[in-house]
Design a protein around this ligand. Sequence first.
Ligand code: ZN
Length: 188
Amino acid sequence: MRMDKTQKLTAEEIINEYPEEKLADIIYKYGEERFYKIIAKNICKQRKIKRIETTNELVEIIKNSIPKSKQNDGHPAKRTFQAIRIEVNNELDPLYNTTIEAIKLLKEHGRLAIITFHSLEDRSVKEAFIEAEGRCTCPKDLPYCVCGYKSYGKIITKKPILPTKEEQDENARSKSAKLRIFERISKN
Ligand SMILES: [Zn+2]
């Protein structure tokens, strides 16, 4: 199950190792999925028989957990995948998630500017901006899109803004600083 190349283990761990209650909780909280209880229950039932290893195994469990008549709001697995993705990101990278949440709080044409001082932090902000701008984040082994991705605006700085030579001379600590800016634009 590949939510992302580097996150393979974690998504699989969440599905196979989280207690049922915790699983239900994240599907409800991050996925806003109303069938969270039955989905969590069925995941736990299935993983006792066999470890859930592929995306399609998980898709099947989710499909079988939601009444057919309620499967008309996009792909039935959409909300659960979203929940797992957010949980993975939270565990690995709180800055990534905080950045996305901050963007959602902006008013129309409001801008979020973040200065980081470490390349790993800069990467989290960059990745969060790319996701907020809108891209498919489905697992790579899924043949169709279930994430229903959404755009929250646009990246203003294609490349980070760096301190000038003068600024670096004046303030040595600015050397590693990188500034990135995102503008909120609702598409309605
Ligand atoms: Zn997608």
